[in-house]
Ligand binder design. Structure first.
Ligand SMILES: [Zn+2]
Length: 532
């Protein structure tokens, strides 16, 4: 049976960036965009070029997406200007993107109160702006803001707005529940009415989560004829968030009637990446994963207590609605280490390490990982440290260098100009083979200075490290066991385009940083095949 294609449009980098406390860097955006592309979403909305320096910088160097359409977001032109004369719209049209998604008003109340322009002018502005996108040979999407509230208030006006976009050449009319308060049954009815009045239009849904129903609203719209869903990873978004793609995608692929009726650009194999993608976003945002998140949360398949866990061990279907591996999550049974063992085996296989499940080294590694996770290490976002841990357990990682001691100072003083400055200096004593190096590094902070000093001279390994740079550094204070400890995550890159993440944990922030930095260098030397 042929299934109808559903399109997925991710707005994490724009709507998600509206979340309180979220501030993506250009690097963060690039990393998320590439991960979304790998997952198989159809559209990655990069943000709003021209609206802020981050988005402008992000669009100036387009991420190398393989299949997703890179989309710029903006507003329909302002009243009283032509489309060609609107700098905001021009920035969107000139962006190096495949598609442009323009948001416009469709609720008469907003046109009267927010825009304060004649209602007809708003419709003309929508048509003119969409036509400008089409003329630029970009795929045009129209985000119909407040469409459901608008439709309830004045159906003919809301409809006239989207019809104008349709007639101007919009490929998609995306109906937005901007305030997030519309019930799924109302969304179903309204989408069906729109579909009946504009049968040849392609309809999308953009739902906010203010009644915890954004996913239900999106699914209701699909049942009524919508064929594009907009949402964000982990439901990120302002106020209560957007429709959560990490819940929507598994439902679309694993649940009836959706899995029989529709296909998406995400294959069952790609769906297995959804848990790690969800965790990646949390790491980037320096947040702990939401334990109870559907499908991807650490507790989504955790079984505690004798009855549940013994039943689950007999047959997981007793307490699980889908097998966790379908979404790349793992079953956690607190009375047995079997789940941890198979998870570990799977991770080793991914690294190309084949171990017999009865190998004693596997048990030791599992104990080590468990103990370290108890202490605060997190390997979901620090693949390089995990690989080193595993390969060290197998005796595969040479000791390239040995740091005998280090000292870091932080000094706050007045400089020659009488300005108050803070400078850091680090001294590292490191042994490479038979040679001992005393390296000194300076920086604006202790970690920076330590990094400088550690890499300054590693003798025969120095050439491997010339292109190494730190691209991100994150600190989290945890309570682990009985004391507060600091976890540092470091992301590194080299001049060949490789990126890797390492982790360090200690009650002392400099010590934790040092551990992550040393792992980063070791990982680089190991993956370069540097001679021991
Ligand atoms: Zn929105």
């Amino acid at each position: 049976m042929s299934r109808e294609r559903l399109f997925l449009f991710d707005t994490t980098l724009r709507d998600g960036a509206q979340t309180q406390g979220v501030d993506f860097s250009v690097e963060d955006k690039r990393q998320i965009a590439l991960a979304l592309d790998l997952l198989g979403v159809d559209y990655v909305e990069g943000g709003w070029p021209g609206a802020n320096p981050t988005d402008t910088a992000f669009f100036s160097e387009r991420p190398p997406l393989v299949r997703a359409r890179f989309t710029a977001f903006g507003m329909t032109k302002r009243a009283g200007r032509s489309a060609a004369n609107d700098p905001g719209l021009s920035a969107v049209l000139d962006a190096r993107a495949d598609a442009a998604c323009l948001v416009g008003k469709t609720w008469d109340f907003h046109v009267d109160v927010a825009l304060e322009i004649p209602r007809g002018d708003n419709i003309d502005g929508i048509a003119e702006s969409i036509a400008a996108v089409v003329k630029k040979k970009r795929e045009a999407l129209f985000d119909a803001e407040h469409f459901f509230d608008g439709y309830k208030a004045n159906a003919d006006y809301a409809f006239a707005c989207i019809r104008a976009a349709h007639e101007a050449g919009a490929r998609w009319l995306v109906l937005c529940d901007t305030n997030g308060g519309t019930m799924p049954e109302d969304v179903h009815r309204i989408v069906a009415e729109v579909k009946a009045r504009l049968p040849d239009a392609a309809i999308g849904i953009h739902a906010h989560n203010d009644t915890e129903q954004a996913v239900a609203v999106s699914l209701a719209a699909v049942r009524a004829g919508a064929r594009q869903i907009q949402g964000t990873l982990n439901g990120l978004g302002e106020r209560c968030g957007n429709a959560n793609l990490c819940a929507l995608l598994p439902t679309l692929l694993l649940k009836e009637p959706y899995c029989s009726q529709f296909e998406t650009g995400v294959t069952p194999d790609q769906l297995q990446q959804i848990t790690s993608l969800s965790r990646l976003l949390d790491e980037i945002l320096n947040r702990a994963p939401s334990r109870h998140a559907a499908y991807v949360g650490p507790s989504a398949f955790a079984h505690k207590g004798g009855l549940h866990s013994s039943a689950v061990q007999k047959d997981p279907r007793t307490y699980e609605h889908v097998p966790p591996d379908r979404v790349g999550n793992v079953r956690r049974i607190l009375v047995s280490d079997q789940a941890g063992r198979s998870n570990l085996m799977a991770r080793l296989t991914q690294l190309g390490i084949d171990l017999d499940s009865k190998d004693a080294r596997l048990s030791r590694l599992l104990e080590d990982v468990k103990q370290r996770e108890f202490l605060g290490y997190a390997y979901d976002g620090a693949e390089a440290s995990f690989e080193l841990l595993a390969r060290r357990a197998l005796g595969q990682v040479p000791e390239y260098f040995d740091v005998e001691s280090f000292r870091v100072t932080v000094e706050r003083r007045h400089n020659a100009l009488g300005e108050l400055t803070t400078v850091s200096e680090a001294v590292v004593k490191v042994k490479v083979g038979g040679a001992v190096f005393h390296n000194v590094g300076a920086g604006n902070g202790p970690v920076n200075a330590l990094d400088e000093a550690l890499r300054k001279d590693l003798g025969k390994y120095s050439s491997h490290l010339s292109g190494l740079r730190l691209v991100d550094y994150k600190v989290r204070i945890l309570t682990s066991g009985t004391e507060a400890v600091t976890r540092v995550m470091v992301e590194s890159a080299d001049d060949k385009g490789n990126r890797w993440s390492t982790v360090g944990v200690s009650p002392n922030i400099v010590d934790a940083s040092f551990e992550a930095l040393a792992d980063s260098i070791t990982y680089k030397l190991y993956s370069d095949g540097a001679p021991a």
